[in-house]
Design a binder for this molecule. Sequence first.
Ligand code: GLU
Length: 449
Amino acid sequence: MAVTLDEKLEPIFHDVLRRNPGETEFHQAVHEVLETLGPVLVKYPEFAEKKVIQRICEPERQIIFRVPWMDDKGEIQINRAFRVEFNSALGPYKGGMRFHPSVYLGIIKFLGFEQIFKNALTDLPIGGGKGGSDFDPKGRSDAEIMRFCQSLMTELYRHLGEYTDVPAGDIGVGQRELGYLFGQYKRITNRYESGVLTGKGLNWGGSRARKEATGYGTVFFAHEMLKARGDSLEGKTVVVSGSGNVAIYAIEKCQQLGAKVIACSDSGGMIVDEQGLDLDLIKRIKEVERRRISAYVEARPKARYVEDGNIWTVPCDVALPCATQNELNGKDAKTLVENGCIAVAEGANMPTTPEGIKIFQDAKIAYGPGKAANAGGVATSALEMQQNASRDFWTFDYTAKRLEEIMVNIHRNCYETADEFGAPGNYVVGANITGFLKVAQAMDALGLI
Ligand code: GLU
């Protein structure tokens, strides 16, 4: 880890290591938060006495279960699924489900831990949780995806509820999967409980602008960081990693704000299109045809596809990592800075390694960590819950406006908190402390929980 911890925090971290062996991503996420909490304990010694940090680091409940299902060949498959209900001081557990072969407890715990602070930053009443499975959706038929989702929900439903735990999507889980999950929940419980899941389809309880929200929110955050430095996104060259839901709508908002996005990627490689990416083409390839991003160059011969290419070597003003954790390391950060990059906003969760973060901060470029920069997705999930609770359906413009206000607010709070705690311009400090204080104060008010 790049930075050493305050002497009060070191033993807490040591305990996290001891109790959660092998969960390296979780260790990394905890360390990143603890690095910034030293000054908080000086100002609020009661949180140390009351062991609030130790309590926050221990999930309220962890559920691990078997998901048996039958593939199209009639062969039985067994996956493992998780739901980590991390903290409900501010509201029902809230956070997505991830389906990816790399999923294990350490990844779900890192995501759930980040989600606590991210959700607190939205100022909306949502606690933190996360779930997922080591199921690999790649190459699976619709019928297989449905059977898997139905089997998973047959266990998970008993832990959920609009006032208890409200999942959504994440990597590998989009509207199709959420539909199968919601359908099975409805069958088992005999309740059309819209507020139990978010990211739903628009004709079955979903919110307008939810699909766009994470990507749009990340770009709003990047724009605010630039504005705080007397600059803007207009005319900037942008590189976006990934080509999933977050990346696609980050590209869209960048283009709307007058920036030129020249590269994106998937796990196979990257495309570079110096003329600016053709977003309709990307949407067709990824959202309709569910193909690899390499298909882009078939229709745009002037663009190039680089198999296994490192997207951070493409010179840009603004970089938006929107793929997955630890996709941008110290070497990549150095390359970006050397190539003149002035801002990085994270659409993915924890995409930059600790070494990378340090390089961005030392170079004094604007760096927006995921728990602030990508909070627009979960914030709009909370707006979906509001609409469900009032049986209402807002317009796209109204919902998108609320999202923008929330992102502006998150940026302002992080900016001001960083100033207040003697770290001007440091959004990691700002986001961690703002989120932590909100959760810690609520936990304190609710008695020993
Ligand atoms: N998976 C998203 C995140 O990382 C969204 C969670 C949600 O909408 O509940 O925040």
